[in-house]
Design a protein around this ligand. Structure first.
Ligand code: AR6
Length: 187
């Protein structure tokens, strides 16, 4: 499923983000940038130790990465320009600002991707695994955040040419494919 919003093609597909083809992928990391399970584990395994070494360097300089913020490393053995590590919110019932923090993850990752010249970006479904964020709400927060980011930069060079949501789980892929129909024109 693909739609076009201004000049950005947005798609959602089922898959493994480490096997994606494009400029940079986003990781759902933890605030210590220590690696972990889920997509974080998959990216560190596929990318090799260089990613963890660069994470350790960032940790020693700035203590890690706060929820909603993003940092970049190289991609080690993976064929990307960079891996952007963002830290999603841990779901605590919804009244602890989780949706705002999740929206910030998408926007700060896109801003960082633009600053390193990436023209295509892949996102996993941040916070919807180990961090327990409800999937339907995460889907609408993610798509709204991306749409707001693109609209805010209308007419400028900032937004990437392509944003792909790589959904590991079928239910997330279904949610995104359905929701995409409402945010742009068919591509
Ligand atoms: N490609 C794409 N998506 C994937 C992959 C993959 N290879 N593997 C899992 N997912 P999670 P979180 C999906 O748990 O909830 C880590 O330990 C998964 O199905 O990876 O943000 C970190 O170190 C789900 O839809 O991230 C943190 O401690 C989505 O990725 C913590 O987990 C996110 O699930 C972060 O938790």
């Amino acid at each position: 499923m693909k739609v076009i919003l201004n000049r950005t093609v947005i798609s959602a597909e089922q898959g493994d983000i480490t096997a994606w083809n494009g400029d940079c992928i986003v990781n759902a990391a933890n605030s210590g940038l220590f690696g972990g399970g889920g997509v974080d584990g998959a990216i560190h395994r596929a990318g090799g130790p260089q990613i963890a070494e660069e994470c350790a360097l960032i940790r020693s300089k700035q203590g890690g990465c706060l929820p909603g913020e993003a940092v970049a490393t190289g991609a080690g053995n993976l064929p990307f320009q960079a891996v952007i590590h963002t830290v999603g919110p841990i779901w605590k019932g919804g009244s602890a600002g989780e949706a705002d923090t999740l929206a910030k993850c998408y926007k700060s990752s896109l801003a960082l991707a633009a600053s390193i010249g990436a023209r295509s970006v892949a996102f996993p479904n941040i916070s919807t695994g180990i961090y327990g964020f409800p999937k339907p709400l995460a889907c609408s927060v993610a798509l709204n955040a991306v749409a707001e980011y693109i609209h805010a930069l209308e007419g400028e060079d900032g937004p990437p040419e392509r944003i792909d949501f790589i959904c590991y789980e079928d239910d997330n892929a279904g949610l995104y494919q359905e929701a995409l129909k409402n945010i742009g024109k068919s591509a």
